[in-house]
Structure formats: C-alpha cells, structure tokens
Design a protein around this ligand. Structure first.
Ligand SMILES: [Zn+2]
Length: 586
C-alpha cells in the first residue's frame, strides 16, 4: 500500500480498535472477516487494496487474539469507552435503517388507531416499529385518534383511555396526541380549497349511476360543473340541506386510473348527526371526513416524515398522493410492511366486539383474546412482544407466527425473574408412612439464584405409622403403578402402595436422590396437607384449573409473575377466598 508512515500508523490504530471491539464481543477471539468488512464500510478507498489490507488485518487480529480477554476489555474501556456503549446499542436494535432520514430535520412517526375497540396484538407491529424508529432517530412519536366515522366505525369514549393505557404498558408513550374529531374545521378548510381550485367536486348523482360511469372511466354530470356551483353545494352541505347519502365530496384523479378504487375517491360525506351522534362532539357536525382525507391532511400538518404501516394501505397512498399534489405538499416516506398473522389468535376487531356484546367473552381481558389487556393479565410481558416485533422488523413479505413464538420470547424474560412455587392441580391426599424422622424441606425460590431465598416446610411424622399427609396431583399418581418408587422433589423417595379415587398410600423408602436417579424415578411436586391453600388458575381457553398452592404463596401480590413448577408460568391476579392466577404458558 502506498501510504505514508503516518497514514499507515493511523490505519493500524483503526484496525486495532475494530479488532479489539470485535474480540471483546466474541469471548476474546476477533475474526478477520468482519474486521475487514467494517473497515471497507468506513473507508471505501481500500476497496481496491483488499489483499494488502487483509494481510495487515490478519497480523493485528492475531496480535489482539493473543491478549487475554480481561486485557482486551481493559484497553477498550480505557481508550474507547463510548465505542463499547455504541456497539451495545447497535446490537440490541437490529431494525434496518429508515430511508431518507437525512432529508428531514427530525424523524416523525405516528400511530393512528380508531378508538372503536381496545388494541390487540395485530396493532403491535405498527406501534412498536413507529415508536422504535422515532427513538432510534431521536424523533417524535405521535398518537392520533382517527375517530371521524360516528356511523359504521363508531368510536367509544372508554377506548381513548384504554388505548393510552395499552401504549403506556407497551412502553410506547407518545410525544404528542391528537384527536381528529377536534380538528373538523381544519378539514373543512382544505375541502373548500380543493373545490375552489377545481380539484374536487360534490357529486349528487345516484350512487349506482356514479359507479357505472366511473368504472367506464367516464365523468359524471357534476364533475365538470364550475367551482362556483360546487362551493354552493358545499355551503348547502354544511348548512344541512342534504340528507345522508345524497351527496359525496370527491377528490379528482385520472378517470382512467388502472385501479378503479382510486378513481375520484370519496373524501367527505353527510352523516345523520341526530341518529349517529359522535361520543365526543355529539351532533355538532353532520359532514364527516373519510379516512384518506383526514389522514392525508394530518400526516402533512403534523410533520409526519415516515409513515410505517401495513401494505394494505398501498392504495391509500396512491389516492392521497393526488391530494398532496393539488395542495403542493410532499408525500412522506412510506414503508409498507407485510401481513403478520398469528395462528390461533383472533385478531378481528369486529369479532372481539361482537363476542363481548353477546357475552361470549367476559371482558376485554378475557384470556381467549389477543388484546393487550388479556396478554397483560396473563403475564405476557411487553418486552417479549417488543422483541418479537423487532425481530420480524418492517419486511414486506408476510409473516406467520404462533402463540408458541411469543411464549418463547416471554419465557426467556420470565425464567430468570420468576420465583418457583408448587401448585397441585386436581389434588388427592397421599399418606406417606414410616417416615423415620422430622425432615426440613428447603425449597429455593429460584434454582439458579440462591440469594432469592427459599421456603421451608417441616415434615413431622405422626402416629403409630410415623405418617404425614401430602397433596399430590391425581395425574402424577395415576401415572404410577403400585410398587413404583417416586421422588418427592427436594425431599425424599416413596413407594406407592395403594391408590383409591380420592386418596392414596405410600411408604418412605430413602432420602438420597442419587439412589433413585439411576432408576429414573418420576420426580413429582407435593404440598404438606396443612400447608395448602385453595388456588385456581384461569387457563388461556378460559377454563379453570382448580387445585392447591403451597402456603408460601400467601406472600405473593397481585401482578407477581411466578412459575408453578411442572405446570407453567402464571400471573397472580387476586386473593379472596382463594388465590386466583392467570396462566401464561408452559
Ligand atoms: Zn355526480
């Protein structure tokens, strides 16, 4: 390489830095390939000198790899502490970069729900991608309630708040919030301007007649009337001279646009305000903007730079681009991601609403639903949802996930943080005889974290038989035969002697686990009869698993998420006569 001595020294230092950072992230062993890749990414002038560069990198990587990891870490922390932090951030956030960020002073994204239902998993992608991208670019995340259809997609007051609660739970709090029903005069202003400029018209044709004309790429009778006529119709529209369905405000497009659904799209219409009052503004307005009109105007006025939404909105972009052109506006960057399907989860808003109305679901957090409220109640963490969505990213291909995928993310988060307890489902009483002494069972709250503490139960044999009573699961006993040796987890080994419908008998055989490990004895959990408390676990299909929880569960509080050993993760819901928990997953 034809470099000066000084340049050469500088290059070596850069290679050394990248190699050390790479080594620290990979247990002390840097790899030449990624180091070369990174240098070529930063210094394109070396692309013609890859061979020479490789030789240099190989030498330095070898040198770095000869240092112990602790020494590598020390150097990095001393010389480039900021690089270490930056690398970590980059590794966590693996979303691909947004296009054309440099064109804008600040990235602005928005999530715009209609408050006609609570939010569910189907909204997670829009929310999380918009929020994360805004964070990533130190931008702004806007929440906009699109509530301009008091007739067919009627907003409901309680959902404005519930949606905000859901966003807060997801950790995606908006920087700004707007409600479209507060902005009706703004939309009227732009409507009038479009009419005045001859870029829109008010059609009074029979819907069927209009449809036939537009499908044939022909203008209806109203379209070519002068703006003065349309401004007059507009005034009459606002005054209330037209009844619902009599007129439609349309934005002009090419009449022969290849997609008939784009042609002269409807922008505002009359709704019977007495019959369909709006829950926030009542009967104040009877001219309401349609989706594309209000949304298109707001995206511009609110300075949205990047619209991130599902590809089902592609046609809407085409429609809105006409309006943007007429108003002299630049359409924001639009990212249209593919469909995200979650098998087994009903993500249809109308089915959820109908199910609630008909009493099929008890409430918005019924465990059968994929609403955020239901997931929250079951102990599914927002972090798991976030991680899953970021891993899927904004790709345009369709993605099919299952509940199991979400559970796997959640399990990874809950496993290290959840304490363990015993819950005996469908309990029967098992009497164990010939217990030779008092045993103190010490059960760690977490097997890998002894510092979390333990629960302790004394097993005191009583009576002539030196016996003690335990709750065990009927299923565990049914799975054993008379004469089988079973291990009580963390306690002792027993031999099953007799099993009836409601009780069973066994004898103590030995204490050591080693002794039964070889015979692969069944390990089961147990609760001393006097240490049991009634407990019910509401399952994802809304059935209830009745059983007994160990008395240490008394110290739990609502919202604690725990693992019932050999049963699954569950969120503590409430204590009254009995403990109620909601099941998350295995
Ligand atoms: Zn017409």
């Amino acid at each position: 390489m034809s470099l000066t001595l000084e340049e050469n020294a500088e290059l070596k230092e850069i290679i050394r830095k990248i190699a050390l950072l790479n080594a620290v992230r990979h247990d002390g062993k840097a790899q030449a390939g990624p180091v070369i890749g990174k240098i070529l990414g930063e210094k394109s002038e070396f692309r013609t000198k890859v061979k020479e560069l490789s030789a240099l990198v190989n030498d330095i990587v070898e040198e770095v790899n000869n240092l112990p990891l602790s020494e590598q870490q020390r150097i990095v922390e001393e010389k480039w502490p900021e690089a270490l932090v930056k690398e970590r951030v980059e590794e966590e956030k693996r979303l691909p970069p947004l296009p054309n960020v440099d064109k804008y002073a600040q990235v602005v994204t928005r999530f715009s729900p209609n408050p006609d239902c609570v939010l569910h998993l189907g909204s997670a992608r829009a929310i999380i991608l918009c929020y994360e991208y805004a964070q990533m670019h130190r931008g702004k995340f806007i929440l906009r309630f699109e509530d301009t259809d008091p007739k067919l997609k009627r907003p409901v007051l309680e959902f404005y708040d519930r949606i905000k609660e859901d966003l807060a739970w997801l950790g995606c709090n908006p920087d700004e919030e707007y409600i479209q029903s507060d902005r009706i005069p703004i939309y009227y202003g732009y409507a009038e301007r479009l009419l005045r400029d001859g870029n829109a018209y008010i059609c009074a044709c029979q819907p069927e007649l209009f449809r036939r004309k537009i499908l044939a790429s022909k203008s209806c009778e109203c379209r070519n009337l002068p703006p003065e006529e349309h401004l007059m119709r507009w005034r009459r529209m606002l005054e209330g001279s037209y009844r619902e369905g009599e007129v439609v405000f349309r934005v002009k497009t090419e009449l022969n646009h290849p997609n008939p659904a784009v042609r002269d799209w409807p922008a505002l219409r009359v709704i019977d305000a007495e019959k369909y009052p709006h829950p926030r503004v009542g009967s104040k307005y009877h001219v309401w903007p349609l989706y594309n009109f209000a949304c298109g105007i707001d995206d511009h006025l609110m300075g949205v730079t990047h619209i991130i939404r599902g590809k089902e909105h592609l046609t809407n972009m085409v429609r809105q681009e006409y309006m943007y052109k007429y108003l002299g506006w630049q359409y924001p960057e639009a990212i249209h991601y593919g469909r995200l399907k979650i098998t087994g989860a009903s993500l249809s808003k109308s089915k959820i609403v109908q199910g609630i109305r008909e009493g099929l679901y008890k409430d918005w957090d019924d465990p059968r639903l994929a609403t955020f409220a239901a997931l929250r109640r079951r102990g599914i963490t927002p972090e798991a949802i976030k991680k899953m969505i970021i891993d899927v990213g904004p790709k345009t291909s369709d993605v099919i996930l299952s509940w199991e995928n979400l559970y796997a993310y959640n399990r990874k988060i809950l496993d290290p943080t959840s304490d363990r307890y015993f819950f005996v489902h469908n309990p029967i009483e098992l009497t164990v005889k010939q217990i030779p002494k008092t045993f103190m069972a010490r059960l760690h709250l977490h097997p890998d974290k002894p510092e979390r503490g333990f629960r302790e139960y004394a097993i005191k044999p009583q009576g002539d038989n030196n016996s003690a009573g335990f709750w065990v699961s009927k299923k565990d006993i049914d799975a054993s035969k008379i004469g089988n040796i079973i291990r009580f987890m963390e306690l002792f080994n027993i031999e099953i002697e007799n099993v009836n419908a409601y009780s069973a008998q066994a004898s103590f055989t030995s204490e050591s686990y080693e002794e039964v490990r070889k015979t692969k004895a069944h390990l089961i959990h147990w609760i001393p009869v006097r240490e049991g408390m009634p407990c019910q676990v509401v399952m994802p299909d809304a059935t209830v698993a009745e059983g007994i929880a160990e008395s240490a569960c008394k110290q739990l509080k609502p919202n604690n998420v725990i693992q019932f050993e050999r049963f699954g993760f569950a969120r503590i819901d409430k204590f009254n006569m009995k403990l109620t928990a909601y099941y998350a997953h295995k």
